[in-house]
Each structure stands twice: as structure tokens, then as C-alpha cells.
Ligand binder design. Structure first.
Ligand code: ARG
Length: 322
């Protein structure tokens, strides 16, 4: 929590390093592109890698992510949230990460989306099946990143990737629930045990690119992704033991989440109209590639922290944070 304000505006090298790091985490080619402009106001930017990359794209007015997905029907995915750069007006340009509405004033997202950001950097938008249309927008009251959120650089096969990749965003004014907007419950351990079987279908959703290096899409997409066991995901040809019990893998060739989907929900539908959140879009090597499954933050591993932080956001002992 001391970070953002203590550090003077970052220089070019630092931004390049951060963008380079995102490229590894997200496994994309676009983000390693050398056309990273020198005079760009981007060197004034502070924030998470997805935030900086989105801002850089906007400032360079680059014409401007789910693989194998399809547009969602209206009235579904009512908890999907878009986290946007507060100073960019257009939703499509401003979107940098997904999230899920877990209470009228709380959004669950990824730690790597929120690191180094201040509340004023971010606008939260919900009910936006279409980023181009107006939905409910809220200013942010506080951002809480898990105290053990970090980048693990130790695994050669997996590359640098986030661990304990979870964060909460509290908005000032609660969202108004309606037919298009609802909160999603978090899965519990008992239900998780019944779904944690290979090939069990889960659903990822987001506004992210439909191909590696592609642009954010205006309409929400979703894709069904099969659950993949930790054992499979930890094989040498996959992520070679980088998958902890704080992570869940899902996906298959050409069915994956991708850049821009980070922070969004991985869900399970036990019954029609009865949906729970299982994971948070986290990382992966490229998107939709064989053996390189999508890696999601495991909700049950952080359930207690999430509940404690929503109940006592001011209590640093109950809700330890960065
Ligand atoms: N790190 C990416 C982001 O910030 C999400 C990558 C998910 N990758 C995947 N292959 N499932 O948007």
C-alpha cells in the first residue's frame, strides 16, 4: 500500500520492463512489440501491467480478448464487470480488466490487474454486455490487493506469472441490481469437490481479445472450458509444477480466455439460473494453445480472505493487503 505514491514517475526503462513482464505473464507477442514510443506520456504512468498497456495503446491511438467464444445472450452473465481507466471516456478504449460483482458495492478481480493502482485511476462499470453502451459506472472507493500477491519468476517452463492473484474493488455507490445486473455467489469447498473432475465444463467470460495480440471486443463473450486437473496442468509440457493449490486450470485447444479477460470470472452452472464463481482469469502461456491451459485463481483458496475484507475492509489484521 505504500507503493504507488512513494515512487516517482517511472522512467522509460521501468515501463518497458513492466510491459515486458506482462508479455511473459500473458504470453503475447503484441506486448513485446518494440514500437514503444519514447515521448509517450506513458512514461508518466503508474499502475498494473494491464492498465499501463491499455493506457499506452490509447495514448498512441492504436486502432485497436476469449478464444473460440460466442457472444453472450442478454440477461446472462449479469455479474460481469469491466474495470476501466478513469480518464479514458470510451469504454472499449478504457477497459483493461474484467471483474465480477460479488456484492452491490464489491468487485472481485485479479491482483495483477490492480497492483500499483490508486482508487482514482479506475472506474468500475457493470451491466455492460456491450462496452459501447452506457451501463452503470461507479467511482472506486478502495482497492485491496492480497498481501501475498507476487510474481513468481522461479519457473523456467511457466515463465514469470502471478501468485495469490486476487484483489477486491469497493465502489462508493452500490450498483443497482436489476434484470441485467446481479451479484454472483462464490463456490464453496463442497461444491468445488464435485466439479473438480477432468472435462467438467466451466465458463469463462470477458471483453478480451479473440486472438493473441488482438483488440478488446465491444460485446461480452463467453466460452465453455473443461476443467483440467492440477496434476495434468503441472506436467512438464504444461506448466511444470508452477500450479499451486491457489490456482485452477481449465481450457483446451482454441478454447481459452486471453488478454483483457484477466480478473473476470470462471463460473459453474450446477443448474439453470444457478451460477457460482469458481475462478478468476489469471494467466497462461499465449491463448488456446495445446497443453498451455488457462490458469485461474482458485476462489475457495481465498474465500476467507475475501469475506473478511468485505466485512472489515479497514481492519489490516483481518484483511491483510499489499
Ligand atoms: N494475463 C492476461 C490479462 O491480463 C490474461 C491471460 C489469460 N490467458 C489465458 N491463456 N487464459 O488479461
Amino acid at each position: 500500500m505504500t507503493k504507488p505514491d512513494m515512487i516517482p514517475a517511472r522512467g522509460h526503462a521501468s515501463i518497458a520492463r513492466r510491459i515486458g513482464r506482462l508479455a511473459l505473464v500473458c504470453g503475447t507477442t503484441l506486448l513485446t512489440h518494440p514500437a514503444y514510443s519514447d515521448e509517450l506520456a506513458a512514461d508518466q504512468l503508474k499502475g498494473s501491467a494491464p492498465y499501463i498497456e491499455t493506457a499506452r495503446r490509447y495514448l498512441q491511438s492504436a486502432k485497436q480478448k476469449i478464444i473460440g467464444g460466442h457472444p453472450v445472450s442478454p440477461g446472462t452473465h449479469k455479474w460481469q464487470t469491466s474495470l476501466q481507466i478513469s480518464w479514458i471516456p470510451s469504454g472499449v478504449d478504457a477497459h483493461f480488466c474484467g471483474g465480477s460483482l460479488i456484492a452491490p458495492n464489491w468487485i472481485l478481480t485479479a491482483g495483477h490487474c490492480m497492483e500499483d493502482l490508486k482508487a482514482t485511476d479506475v472506474r468500475a462499470v457493470a451491466g455492460p454486455l456491450d462496452l459501447g453502451k452506457s451501463a452503470q459506472a461507479r467511482s472506486v472507493r478502495r482497492i485491496i490487493v492480497h498481501e501475498k500477491y507476487a510474481t513468481d519468476n522461479s519457473n523456467v517452463v511457466a515463465g514469470p506469472h502471478p501468485v495469490n492473484d486476487v484483489a477486491l474493488v469497493q465502489v462508493f455507490k452500490p450498483f443497482e441490481m436489476n434484470a441485467q445486473l446481479q451479484q454472483i455467489p462464490l463456490i464453496d469447498t463442497a461444491l468445488e469437490a464435485t466439479i473438480a473432475q477432468p472435462n467438467h465444463e466451466l465458463t469463462a467470460s470477458g471483453f478480451g481479445a479473440t486472438k493473441v495480440g488482438g483488440k478488446v471486443v465491444a460485446g461480452l463473450l463467453s466460452v465453455d472450458v473443461p476443467f483440467v486437473s492440477r496434476e495434468t496442468c503441472n506436467r512438464p509440457q504444461s506448466y511444470d509444477q508452477a500450479i499451486t493449490d491457489g490456482m485452477i486450470c481449465a481450457g483446451e485447444v482454441k478454447k481459452d480466455s486471453c488478454q483483457g479477460d484477466s480478473g473476470g470470472p470462471l463460473t459453474y452452472h450446477p443448474l439453470k439460473d444457478d451460477v457460482v464463481q469458481v475462478g478468476i482469469v489469471g494467466w497462461g502461456d499465449k491463448c488456446g494453445v495445446q497443453n498451455k491451459y488457462g490458469v485461474y485463481t482458485r476462489v475457495t483458496a481465498y474465500r476467507d480472505w475475501i469475506m473478511a475484507c468485505m466485512a472489515s475492509p479497514d481492519d489490516l489484521a483481518k484483511c491483510p493487503r499489499k
